[in-house]
Write a protein that binds this ligand. Structure first.
Ligand code: FAD
Length: 288
């Protein structure tokens, strides 16, 4: 078991790790890639650089600094967080446990533009299998997504629902489709129904009759993960107090996944604050 697991190795996550590790906490960072900073070509509004610095260079230095301190880092994709008194963090292939988790996963990805998707939200369209799967007991549902995250959501739904079909919306699935799941790869045209979802229509081929559409496109975003563990969200942001605490004990959030400026300096501050608050939380719990 770790003291702290930090999800995300952007400026917020790396900054948090500098604090938790230097306070002697056993810290693991799980990151999928270098986040939005990797896309920034030149940065000239961040402290300490006489010449513009690339996002890649900044992140490489950030990673080197936490590694020098002995922070453990793995490249993996987190698909679920669960509160059990401690916090369980599930990745594509492993489950980790920690007293505290800091979510520093950047801004949530956008949802696909499919007619009917927004209209049927809460009436058949869901973004969380573990939260809403129960409402579809014995019913046929589908999962919209092409990645491992979609597979995870489908497997979560399978024991409770009648059947699960994965819809890749014209993309090639990035995983081997197990025989117990159905697959449709055609482009999705529309989600339709009267009071709630009744079917998915494709650009080619027969419509699929379903009662539920679970959206799991790409990677689990910040709000997807927050919803699964019961953390409050507003729009596409995780709600935190002034200490970067969420409403779930031991769960903190920092950086672009929380409200405020989408800037490196703000992410670094958030990470530092979440890290110091996680240290207090763990020390209090170890004393108790
Ligand atoms: C093109 C561009 C230019 C920019 N230019 C500037 C600039 O000049 N100045 C400035 O201050 N800011 C700039 N920004 C904004 C800045 O990059 C962000 O504000 C900052 O990177 C936010 O840090 P973060 O740690 O919150 O998130 P990110 O840097 O986005 O890091 C998120 C981390 O979470 C990981 N992650 C996400 N989901 C998962 C998952 N399910 N499992 C595991 N890991 C996951 C990602 O792999 C990544 O490591 C720019 C952004 C872009 C896109």
């Amino acid at each position: 078991m770790f003291d702290v697991i930090i999800i995300g190795n952007g400026p917020a996550g790396l900054s948090a790790a500098l604090y938790t590790k230097r306070a002697g906490l056993d810290t693991l960072i799980i990151g999928r890639d270098n986040g939005s900073l990797a896309k920034a070509d030149k940065i000239e509004n961040y402290f300490g650089f006489p010449e513009p610095v690339s996002g890649e260079e900044l992140i490489r230095s950030g990673i080197a600094s936490v590694k020098r301190l002995g922070v453990e880092m793995i490249t993996d994709e987190v698909v679920n967080i669960q509160y059990t008194g401690n916090l369980l963090v599930k990745t594509k292939s492993r489950v980790f446990e920690a007293m505290c988790v800091i979510v520093a996963t950047g801004t949530s990805r956008s949802t696909p533009k499919i007619e009917g998707l927004a209209e049927f939200e809460g009436r058949g369209v869901s973004y969380c299998a573990v939260c809403d799967g129960f409402f579809y007991r014995g019913k046929d549902v589908c999962v919209l997504g092409e990645g491992v995250y979609a597979l995870h959501e489908a497997e979560e739904l399978l024991p409770v629902t009648g059947s699960v079909t994965i819809l890749t919306n014209g993309l090639k699935p990035s995983f081997n489709v197990p025989p117990y799941l159905k697959l449709r790869t055609e482009k999705v045209k529309k989600i339709s129904g009267s009071k709630s979802v009744e079917q998915v229509e494709f650009e080619k081929g027969e419509p699929l009759k379903v009662s539920g559409v679970f959206v799991a496109v790409g990677v689990a975003g910040s709000t997807d993960l927050a919803k699964k563990v019961g953390a409050q969200i507003e729009g596409n942001k995780i709600v935190v107090d002034e200490n970067m605490s969420t409403n779930v004990p031991g769960l903190f959030a920092a950086g672009d996944c929380t409200a405020g400026m989408l800037q490196i300096s703000k992410a670094v501050y958030d990470g530092a604050k979440a890290g110091t608050e996680a240290i207090k939380y763990i020390r209090e719990h170890k004393r108790a």
